[in-house]
Design a protein around this ligand. Structure first.
Ligand SMILES: [Zn+2]
Length: 200
């Protein structure tokens, strides 16, 4: 059983270089898209896909603590899920999941199963699943979950502009409104629970 399941809406903090909006494309930036996605993800997980005592968010507003502080919030027995979107200046599609190298090896079969489930979730909605990847092989972004002392994964939900854009989010209500995106978030919560979380 996980003590606290941390949901981290990536970006949305004052870092050394100024305010970190994350990637922006299709009329929306990551700091908002990630936050609204995490609000939905929290509701889905609460609905029965937790296997944890608590769910905590690393930020609940547009602006939160910088990354180095968030990384140290989880304690032994916790699990950390960071949520992001990709952006690219040419057409690029799909969601992907980055996993700490040690975690990926420890739960090898579980992640094979999770990969199959997520592929199905995405394809049923007409989207591309790019796979589960070893975070130690990804430059700076992979590094931060690699450096964390608790099990951590980083979900890139899809590409802003090419998969999801402003119309998929409701800024007035701070929520996800795209029906396919809602299905993907629910499918992610369910898949993660059945493949991995309930075994931890
Ligand atoms: Zn990001």
């Amino acid at each position: 059983m996980i003590k606290t399941l941390w949901l981290d809406p990536g970006h949305g903090a004052y870092e050394k270089g100024g305010f970190d909006k994350g990637a922006c494309a299709g009329g929306i930036c990551e700091y908002k898209a990630n936050l609204y996605t995490v609000f939905d993800l929290r509701e889905e997980i609460k609905a029965g896909y937790c296997h944890c005592h608590h769910i905590s968010l690393t930020r609940k507003k547009d602006v939160g603590e910088p990354l180095y502080k968030r990384m140290h919030l989880p304690k032994a027995g916790d699990f950390y899920i960071s949520v992001h979107y990709n952006a690219f200046n040419r057409p690029a599609h799909g969601g992907e999941l980055w996993v700490q190298s040690d975690l990926l090896h420890k739960f090898k079969h579980e992640f094979v199963d999770l990969n199959k489930r997520l592929k199905k979730v995405y394809e049923e909605q007409g989207y591309v699943w790019r796979g589960i990847k070893d975070a130690s092989r990804w430059g700076t972004r992979g590094m931060y979950i690699e450096r964390m002392k608790v099990p951590a994964i980083l979900w890139e939900v899809g590409f802003l502009k090419w998969d999801f854009d402003k119309s998929d989010f409701d800024e007035q209500f701070g929520a996800v409104k795209g029906p396919e995106l809602k299905e993907i978030i629910e499918g992610f919560a369910k898949s993660l629970y059945f493949s991995l979380l309930k075994k931890i």
